[in-house]
Design a protein around this ligand. Structure first.
Ligand code: GDG
Length: 495
């Protein structure tokens, strides 16, 4: 992935590591769970560079130098050559609140996931002016400070849509890529955002905008068209406000060799012993209303009620790292789920059997791999998900054939045809799929699993990064010829 001329500058809201106290009260470096860390961390550890992100750990700034930098991961067993620089940003609580909880997660997240009723559009202007715009400016300033000619700037996700333009204004010749990790919604949703033009203008200054799927790329181009950008569908480019960009689909994969090859000792046996069940069904999701956890639990309950013969023989494990804990809606969802699960376990469970084992909080990655291996069935049923890496990790981690039940609204369902695909909102269908998965003939299971593993291995993380960086290079060269030979001022007034 390393660009031969310069270093990689990754920019994101979430940091890959935070510093907090561990159970013994000692200062410790912890990996932050989430799709972005999983995607970029292996590459940064391999090739180095700098990652710019907001520092959210309670002790983050005790370990940074005067410029907010720290080498990560600073685990005792990691040598310097496997570390890279993390530059932590810090802004006032009020600004961060309006930027992160406000604009990013109460406007863009619900709109992009087609939950417009969860978007707080009445506050859009306030979140924008006091949170999103000033924060994007701070990120851009940090990028500009770190930049040296030849560097590649790779901006991640919906929190930072204005950064490409803000950086381009200062460094016209910069090579800038954006990867948008969540769905790009249809115009009917995106168009509701008052600052829709500004968001697209911000992005248009990147050389390349990557999304997981063609249909998201199409939605983005259609939105650009709707606000009168000059869109060329044939080449997937658009011009807007004096900038031009290219849009493409790059389905993110996982580090297959890592998940396949990691040793976990006898952890999976211990997990199986703990549940003492013939069939373990596993769900793993960051806590979020898009992940369909309440519907999944209802589906499992339906399965248990409809199939008394399987009681005491099938156990569900749901692992849920907490996220966005300060948002009221997320707190409410958590307590509703707790309530439902304890009611169900109380009614159907026995001395030897807890039907649903719910864990709030994450585990270290090796333990997660052991959980993937201890399970017989992966139950991945988001209401809508840009890609969903858990589905792919479950496949990569298990050499032994398993069954994956996958929502048809997870981006990964486009590649993973051999999973049992379900509508997550149809709890009868999901309950039946659980039965089908348990009873699937061995030969069919093997054949589906072989095909799934082949795909996940081929379209892996490295493949994704190489494709994106390769196309970014091409798009940048093209734009340099068209754009950056013209003096900046002339070009700006031309738009
Ligand atoms: C966004 C998009 C898109 C989970 N529990 C633990 C843990 N995880 C890791 C998993 C996986 C990641 O978190 C979750 O990734 P997803 O892709 O499932 O979902 P989001 O976090 O919502 O990610 C999504 C992704 O970005 C990438 O573009 O696929 O659609 O919403 O990698 O392994 N990791 C550890 N312990 C846990 O307990 N260590």
């Amino acid at each position: 992935m390393k660009d031969s001329d310069g270093k990689m500058i990754v920019v994101s809201n979430a940091e890959p590591y935070k510093h907090e106290e561990d159970e013994k009260g000692e200062l410790a470096c912890k990996e932050v769970e989430g799709g972005l860390t999983t995607a970029m961390n292996p590459q940064m550890r391999q090739s180095g560079g700098i990652w710019i992100a907001y520092g959210r750990g309670s002790h983050d700034f005790e370990v940074t130098d005067s410029r907010g930098k720290v080498s990560v991961p600073d685990f005792p067993d990691v040598s310097e050559k496997d570390q890279y620089e993390l530059k932590r940003l810090n802004f006032s609580d009020t600004q961060y609140e309006k930027f992160y909880r406000g604009y990013s997660n109460r406007i863009l997240w619900p709109i992009c996931h087609s939950f417009p009723t969860k978007a707080d559009l009445r506050k859009e202007r306030e979140y924008w002016g006091k949170g999103y715009l000033p924060s994007n400016k701070e990120y851009a300033r940090a990028v500009i400070k770190s930049y040296e000619p030849g560097d590649t700037i790779w901006i991640h996700d919906y929190h930072l849509a204005l950064v490409p333009k803000l950086v381009r204004n200062e460094i016209p010749e910069a090579k800038i890529g954006v990867f948008w990790h969540i769905p790009w919604p249809p115009w009917e949703n995106f168009g509701k955002i008052p600052h829709r033009n500004k968001l697209l203008e911000g992005l248009a200054a990147a050389d390349l905008i990557g999304l997981h799927l063609e249909k998201y790329a199409d939605n983005l181009l259609r939105c650009a068209d709707k606000i009168d950008a000059n869109v060329d569908r044939g080449s997937s480019r658009f011009k807007l406000a004096g900038e031009q960009t290219q849009v493409g689909a790059y389905p993110l994969g996982v580090d297959y060799d890592f998940f396949n090859g990691s040793t976990t000792g006898n952890q999976e046996e211990k997990i199986r012993e703990k549940y003492n069940s013939d069939h373990i069904i596993l769900g793993v999701d960051r806590q979020d209303y898009t992940k369909g956890i309440p519907e999944r639990i209802r589906s499992f309950e339906k399965f248990v009620r409809k199939n008394p013969d399987y009681r005491e023989k099938v156990t569900m494990v749901q692992r849920t790292p907490l996220s966005r804990t300060g948002i009221e809606e997320y707190q409410k969802e958590k307590s509703d789920i707790n309530h439902k699960v304890s009611e169900f376990n109380g009614k159907y469970g026995s001395h030897d059997w807890t039907p649903i084992n719910l864990f709030w909080g994450g585990v270290p990655q090796k333990e997660l791999i052991a959980e993937y291996r201890a399970a017989d069935i992966g139950l991945v049923t988001p209401g809508l998900d840009g890609m969903n890496l858990v589905a792919k990790e479950f496949i990569a981690a298990n050499e032994e054939p398993k069954v994956l039940i996958l929502s048809e609204f997870a981006g990964s369902s486009e590649q993973l045809d051999e999973a049992i695909q379900v509508n997550p909102y149809n709890t009868n269908e999901v309950a039946n799929a659980i039965k089908t998965a348990i009873e699937m003939p061995e030969e069919e299971k093997k054949s589906r699993w072989r095909k799934l593993r082949k795909k996940v291995k081929k379209e892996d993380l490295q493949d994704w990064a190489e494709n994106f960086i390769g196309d970014l290079e091409g798009a940048h060269q093209l734009h340099s010829m068209v754009n950056y030979t013209t003096p900046r001022k002339t070009r700006q007034t031309g738009g």
